[in-house]
Design a protein around this ligand. Structure first.
Ligand SMILES: [Zn+2]
Length: 188
């Protein structure tokens, strides 16, 4: 069975090297919708695949891009410096912030998050199947696990400014994720 959770964020970016000069040469923003598809092979004690409340770190992660500038790590050095100088919330990412780039990065990170959730309610094998990122009402990119071969990055190449980190309820969760520390279920 597959379940799906939807998240939203308001994000700003430039998509360098894309075909449209509107997108590659101008800072602009979108109201993004992110759909996370998760499969399970067993019902938990509440007859759910997994309670959405256990996916709170996915929300924290995607919220990190809300009212943030998504900055491609390979963008022009002077531009990068100006972004950091004049913006508090900056998420530096290893892929260009296209819908495809977001989908791949979100898939990669959400997969690590799901692998590190403490499953204490008889959940089965929980697997992230895909992440769909809607940049507009009419178009989306969907990344599947196999698509990670399209790129080469790791979690250490995703950077958040201190202002973003200050808004996290759990200040240590990102470092914990890097260390594959299991997230406890505080509700039990
Ligand atoms: Zn755009």
């Amino acid at each position: 069975m597959i379940i799906r959770k939807k998240y939203k964020f308001e994000g700003a970016h430039i998509v360098r090297n894309c075909s449209s000069y509107m997108c590659r040469e101008n800072i602009h923003g979108h109201s993004y919708e992110v759909e996370v598809f998760i499969s399970g092979d067993k019902l938990d004690k509440g007859h759910m695949i997994i309670d959405f409340i256990l996916l709170d770190k996915i929300k924290d992660f995607i919220d990190s891009f809300d009212h943030s500038f998504s900055l491609w790590a390979d963008d022009d050095k002077a531009f990068k410096e100006s972004v950091y100088q004049f913006n508090k919330r900056v998420a530096e990412i290893p892929l260009s912030p296209s819908a495809e780039g977001y989908a791949l990065i979100f898939l990669y990170v959400c997969d690590i998050i799901i692998q590190n959730i403490e499953k204490a309610n008889s959940e089965g094998n929980i697997v992230l199947q895909s992440v769909r990122v809607h940049e507009t009402k009419t178009g989306y990119a969907e990344a599947f696990r196999d698509d990670l071969k399209l790129c080469d990055f790791n979690i250490n190449s995703i950077l958040f400014t201190d202002r973003i980190k200050d808004d996290w309820k759990d200040k240590n969760w990102w470092e914990d994720l890097k260390n594959h520390k299991q997230f406890k279920n505080n509700l039990l």
